[in-house]
Design a protein around this ligand. Sequence first.
Ligand SMILES: Nc1ncnc2c1ncn2[C@@H]1O[C@H](COP(=O)(O)OP(=O)(O)OP(=O)(O)O)[C@@H](O)[C@H]1O
Ligand SMILES: [Mg+2]
Length: 261
Amino acid sequence: MAGSTLEIKNLHVSIEGNQILKGVNLTIKGGEFHAVMGPNGTGKSTLASAIMGHPKFEITEGSVYLDGEDVLEMEVDERARAGLFLGMQYPSEISGVTTSDFLRSSINARREEGDEISLMKFIKEMDAALDHLEIDKNMAQRYLNEGFSGGEKKRNEILQLMLIKPEIAILDEIDSGLDIDALKVVSKGINKLRDDNFGCLIITHYQRLLNYITPDKVHVMMQGRVVKSGGPELAKRLEAEGYDWIKEELGIEDESLEQKA
Ligand SMILES: Nc1ncnc2c1ncn2[C@@H]1O[C@H](COP(=O)(O)OP(=O)(O)OP(=O)(O)O)[C@@H](O)[C@H]1O
Ligand SMILES: [Mg+2]
């Protein structure tokens, strides 16, 4: 079988009693790049966190399956081992763990015991990825994300992505905070992974990123649901016209989506 399939069905998620996701349906297959766009606060990051198992998010209805396996039944580390990866909107700083050690143990966590990557091979792969992403080699010896600039943290997420080689990646605003050159470099890194065994969900506010990474599908999320899907032209229209036309097209007023749908 070529690649994995992540199937999100009718996903409802609440946080501290507030219903944030109200029935999200999305299927991502190996080889496909999907973009998710949508106004602030519509639940894009919530979707990413809920799929990865952040304990704050309560799944009240719906399902998430990876190749027929129930993701919602898995512990967080099991989800990563099963091949899911989240590039975070706000990567956290981990003091006391070097980037290099973190990467090596993340790679090994996805391998069988006794089949750990050799130090030589790891260093070779890490150096190649650092070169590819134009990251200073010294950064690998610094504590993970500690004191990194915003853009350096984002590059570091892609460094992890390139080395961990997940089946399905969710990249949450990987383009925010990147300078123009870094945006190209990071996009190049993501494009390098494009093959039948890799599927990707790219959350972004800007069409700009999609000039470098062509999505197969673009989805618009509003008020906790995917309300419209299309091809790359949909992102171009959003960039040009904003979101109002979608509300008009769907005949929804602000805040009234819940009643209509
Ligand atoms: N830990 C939390 N506690 C309380 N409310 C939360 C929490 N996390 C998210 N929310 C709320 O859930 C809603 C959706 O947030 P989310 O971060 O998913 O939005 P988003 O679509 O990613 O927005 P943005 O484009 O600004 O990143 C927001 O109203 C937010 O305030
Ligand atoms: Mg967000």
